[in-house]
Design a protein around this ligand. Structure first.
Ligand code: FES
Length: 261
């Protein structure tokens, strides 16, 4: 079924479900619809779910030659709990790719800082896979550090190929301690900064960029229901008025976003 010129909706068989730890897992699908780009998302709903609405999930990696798309997901409620329990071969409806792309805001060359918090690393890791020649510095922040390096590497995906990789964990386990934003010592060294994560983290990145006048773009999460601009459930406040995360975003210039204080 075709949704619009750039998206489609297909029932796909789950190819793999990789559990990283108690909280995070990665789903693999072969996707024959329009090619997704980093920053975009899909609405995902398994055929046997008891949850009415699909879940919006950013792409974590896309391999064009294999038509393989991967999603890194955190268990955050019934819908994602159910997705975490899917078995290989189970049928899942994917609708996408939806939303705008990091590539729309990336200069042709230079260097960029990518700042991801927890599962917010996913859309940024996808960008490193998509643009292998670009000079990316990746800053990843977690609440709890990973017990094992292999779990951390699974979680970071394409981000392990960044020119520079800085990892912090608030509990200090196997990582630098404290907030990841505090490790971006020279924001002015970058042409642009992209961020995705918690609201406090993105506010801190936005402030840092404003002080140094660095272009900054944020990928916002909101309560997405339809994913295609119809329900207005994902409305956010911006200097241009209300905007929909699903169709106007999810990526916005940081200077336009009005966070609720
Ligand atoms: S999720 Fe329905 S308008 Fe955005």
């Amino acid at each position: 079924m075709c949704i619009n010129n750039n998206a489609a909706s297909h029932v796909c068989e789950l190819s793999k479900n990789i559990h990283i730890n108690d909280e995070f897992f990665i789903l693999h699908f072969y996707w024959t619809g329009p090619s997704p780009s980093a920053g975009q998302f899909f609405m995902i709903k398994s055929e046997r779910t008891s949850v009415f609405l699909p879940r919006p999930v950013s792409i974590f990696e896309y391999n064009e030659s294999q038509k393989l798309v991967k999603f890194l997901i955190a268990k955050r409620g019934k819908g994602t709990e159910e997705l975490s329990m899917l078995n290989t071969g189970e049928k899942v409806r994917l609708t996408g790719p939806l939303g705008n792309k990091w590539a729309d805001f990336l200069p042709e060359n230079g260097n960029a800082a990518l700042v991801g918090g927890s599962v917010g690393v996913a859309p940024l890791a996808a960008l490193i896979t998509e643009k292998p020649g670009f000079n990316f510095h990746f800053y990843a922040g977690f609440k709890n550090g990973f017990r094992e390096k292999k779990d951390e590497n699974s979680f970071l995906g394409g981000a392990v190929n960044a020119v520079k990789l800085v990892i912090s964990a608030e509990d200090g386990r196997n990582a630098l301690g404290g907030r990841i934003v505090d490790y971006i010592f020279e924001p002015q060294a970058y042409n642009v900064i992209f961020a995705c994560g918690s609201v406090p983290m993105m506010k801190a990145v936005k402030n840092k960029c404003e002080q140094k006048r660095i272009p900054c773009f944020l990928s916002l999460e909101s309560k997405l229901a339809c994913g295609v601009g119809a329900c207005l459930g994902c409305t956010i406040r911006t200097v241009k008025g209300n905007q929909r995360c699903c169709t106007d975003g999810p990526i916005f210039p940081a200077g336009e976003v009005l966070f609720n204080e």
